[in-house]
Design a protein around this ligand. Sequence first.
Ligand code: FES
Length: 192
Amino acid sequence: MATTEASQQATYSQNPSRDPKKVTRREAVTGALLAGWGLFLTGAGVGTLGIVRFLMPNVLYEPPATFKAGAPSNFAVGVDESFKDTNGTWIVRTETDPLSGRDGIPGIFALSTVCTHLGCIPAYQPAASKFKCPCHGSGFRTSGMNFEGPAPRPLERWRIVLALDGQILVDKNQKYQWEKGQWVNPEAFLKI
Ligand code: FES
């Protein structure tokens, strides 16, 4: 501040007819140019950020389509929800599954957690032995068969086989639909 006043005083000394508080035409032009450059550089910066953002699209995390679920002996008869959140799959162990042609044959199958109405995720209700969709009320048996609400078809099943290391391997690249007669496929049901 003291320096500015000193410089104004110096200017006034050199040209006493000039009011040190008045801005000269040259100073005004310089100020306008600087302001213009400032605006230009700000705009260029925003534009560059936009381009960078465009070149780096959002990346969505997709869980792997195949996963190992552990040894078959880890699963008791019933519905296992260990892989519901991470892999969108219920592992179901059953003593019999007539819907897949395995009447009286114990085994395991992998059930999709996606409701076949509009894609919500049903909740498993152990007391009622069913999956209940919170969106429009569809109900599914633990086999995956739909029995109430607007869902037009059963839940889908995934390919399930035993890996070389003895673990259950679930492959979501291959789905099996009951209405297409695909639950009888040997890889839609793991005999144990
Ligand atoms: S999405 Fe499940 S009942 Fe509509």
